[in-house]
Design a protein around this ligand. Structure first.
Ligand SMILES: *Cc1c(COP(=O)(O)O)cnc(C)c1O
Length: 469
C-alpha cells in the first residue's frame, strides 16, 4: 500500500474548509408533513425504525455512514478475496501498527465483534469493569460475560453545562477507591473510551491517560481502549492540551494508545468505512487466544467477517483519518452546527463534542418527566419538522438494571445530531439548525411518550412508542 495523496493546507479565512471536493452525489428528498406523520407513526416514534428513503438529512449516526474517497474506492478494486491470508489483511495490520502502535490485530465484522471477543476472554462472573461512562454494546457484552460495569468518569461529564475541556477523563480518585473496595483481582481491565460517546463526544486528556497508566501499573491491571473515535480525541488534545499544539494528530494518537494494552475498534466511525472493526492486543498469549476465538464468532483470523476489499478500504481510511486537515474539517463542521444552536439559545451539551451536537432534552422539555422519554419525543419532533433523523441517548438507551428490572435513570437525557464524515454541506447544517430552532420555539406544549413494545436487548434500537397527547 502507498501513502494517501497529499492535501494542501487549509485556508486561514475558513480554517475548517474541506480538503476535498465532491465527485459523486446521491439524491435525497423531503416528503411533505402528512407523509412524515404517517412514517413516524408506522415507525412507533422510533427513528431507528424509519426507512432511510423517508429521511431528508440523516443524522442518526456517524457509524458506517461516511463517504469514502476515490483512493478508498480504488482500493476496493484491489480486494484479494482469498479465504486465508488476503494481502488486504496485511495492509490493514500494517496501517494499524503504524498509526495505533499495537502489536497484534484481530479483524472483526465491526466494533461489537471485538467487544465480544475481549469480554469472553477476560471477564469472569463477579468481575467489575470500570469505564469512563458506559457504551451500550460494550456494557452489554461485559454483562453477558458475567461482569458488572462501574462508572468512573469525572463528575463534570454528567453536567451538560460544564465547560471543561476534557470531560471524558477518568476520575482517578474514584478508580483508586474502587480498586481498594473490590480488589485488583476482581478487575480484569479498565475500559477507557476516547472520545466518550454517551457523554456528548467529550475527550480524555493525555495527562489523564498517563495517570491512568501509572495507577493501573501499580495494581497490575490492564487498560483496554475503546478506540472508536480516538483520532477525534487526538485532535482535541492538539487543540486544548498544553504542549501539544505543535504535534500532529497522528503522533498524538500513537502516544495516546501507548498507555494502553490493546483496544476494540469500530472502523465505521474514525476509519471512514461502511463496515469493519478490529481487536488489537500487545500481549502474545492473549493474542493467541483471540486469534482462535475469532474463528468461532467472526471468521478466520485474517478476515474476521470482512471481505478483502472491506479490509483494504479500512486500511486506506485509517491513513486518511489521521491527517490534520481531514480531522480539522470534520470537527470544524460539527462545531459550526453547534455554535449556531448555542447562538440561538438552544440547550446543548458544552463544549461541542467531536462527532455530534447533543441537545439537552431535560432543559428542552422540562415539563416531560424522564420516564415519559423527553429525548425520544424530541427526536420524533425533529423528524416531523423537516425530515431530520436524530437519535435518543437518554433513558431508552440506558435500558434497565439487570438485577432490579427498573429503568436506569441517566443524568444525561440527550438527542444526538450525529454528523457523518464528508457527507453533508454547510447548507445542510444551516437547514438543520433552522429546524432545531423552530422545534425549540414550539416546545411549550409538547408532552412525552408511552412505551408500548420493549425488546429484551439494546431496547433503543427496536422499542415502539405512542404519543401521550
Ligand atoms: C459504535 C460504537 C461501538 C460499537 O461498534 P459497532 O461497530 O457499532 O459494533 C463501541 N463503542 C463506541 C464508543 C461506539 O461509538
Amino acid at each position: 500500500m502507498t501513502t494517501a495523496p497529499a492535501t494542501p493546507p487549509a485556508s486561514r479565512r475558513r480554517p475548517w474548509a474541506e480538503p476535498w471536493k465532491v465527485k459523486v452525489v446521491e439524491p435525497i428528498r423531503m416528503m411533505d408533513r402528512a407523509a412524515r406523520e404517517r412514517a413516524l407513526a408506522a415507525a412507533g416514534y422510533n427513528t431507528f425504525l424509519l426507512r432511510s428513503e423517508d429521511v431528508y438529512i440523516d443524522l442518526l449516526t456517524d457509524s458506517g455512514t461516511s463517504a469514502m474517497s476515490d483512493w478508498q474506492w480504488a482500493g476496493m478494486m484491489m480486494g484479494d478475496e482469498a479465504y486465508a491470508g488476503s494481502r488486504n489483511f496485511y495492509n490493514l495490520e500494517a496501517a494499524i501498527r503504524e498509526h495505533y502502535g499495537y502489536k497484534h490485530v484481530v479483524p472483526t465484522h465491526q466494533g461489537r465483534g471485538a467487544e465480544n471477543l475481549l469480554s469472553r476472554m477476560l471477564i469472569k462472573p463477579g468481575h467489575v469493569v470500570p469505564g469512563n461512562m458506559y457504551f451500550t454494546t460494550t456494557r452489554l457484552h461485559q454483562e453477558l460475560a458475567g461482569g458488572r460495569f462501574a462508572d468512573v468518569i469525572e463528575r463534570a461529564a454528567h453536567d451538560p453545562a460544564d465547560q471543561g475541556p476534557f470531560k471524558g477523563n477518568v476520575d482517578l480518585v474514584a478508580l483508586e477507591a474502587l480498586v481498594a473496595s473490590v480488589g485488583a483481582a476482581a478487575i480484569p481491565y479498565v475500559c477507557v473510551a476516547g472520545t466518550v460517546n454517551m457523554a456528548g463526544g467529550q475527550p480524555v486528556s493525555m495527562a489523564n491517560m498517563r495517570g491512568l497508566r501509572e495507577l493501573t501499573n501499580r495494581h497490575g491491571i490492564r487498560v483496554m481502549l475503546d478506540a472508536t473515535r480516538a483520532v477525534e480525541n487526538a485532535y482535541f488534545i492538539q487543540q486544548r492540551e498544553a504542549g501539544y499544539s505543535g504535534t500532529s494528530v497522528a503522533a498524538i494518537l500513537r502516544e495516546f494508545c501507548s498507555y494502553t494494552d490493546g483496544c476494540t475498534m469500530s472502523g465505521k466511525k474514525d476509519s471512514l468505512v461502511n463496515i469493519g472493526g478490529w481487536l488489537a492486543l500487545n500481549d502474545d498469549v492473549l493474542y493467541e487466544e483471540a486469534s482462535n476465538l475469532v474463528v468461532v464468532y467472526e471468521g478466520l483470523h485474517t478476515y474476521g467477517g470482512m471481505s478483502g476489499r472491506d479490509m483494504e478500504a479500512m486500511a486506506r481510511g485509517i491513513v486518511e483519518s489521521v491527517q490534520d486537515d481531514h480531522i480539522r474539517a470534520r470537527i470544524g463542521q460539527v462545531e459550526y452546527l453547534g455554535q449556531k444552536l448555542i447562538d440561538a439559545g438552544v440547550p446543548v451539551v458544552r463544549p461541542i463534542g467531536g462527532h455530534a451536537v447533543y441537545l439537552d432534552a431535560k432543559a428542552f422539555y422540562p415539563q416531560v418527566p424522564q420516564d415519559e422519554f423527553p429525548a425520544q419525543r424530541l427526536a420524533a419532533e425533529l423528524y416531523l419538522d423537516a425530515g431530520i433523523r436524530a437519535m435518543e441517548r437518554g433513558i431508552v438507551s440506558a435500558g434497565r438494571d439487570a438485577a432490579t428490572g427498573r429503568h436506569h435513570y441517566p443524568a444525561l437525557e440527550l438527542v444526538r445530531l450525529t454528523i457523518p464524515r464528508r457527507v453533508y454541506t454547510q447548507a445542510h447544517m444551516d437547514l438543520t439548525a433552522d429546524s432545531v430552532i423552530a422545534v425549540h420555539e414550539q416546545r411549550a406544549d409538547t408532552r412525552g411518550l408511552r412505551l408500548i413494545y420493549e425488546p429484551r436487548y439494546l431496547r433503543f434500537f427496536q422499542a415502539r412508542f405512542e404519543p401521550l397527547a
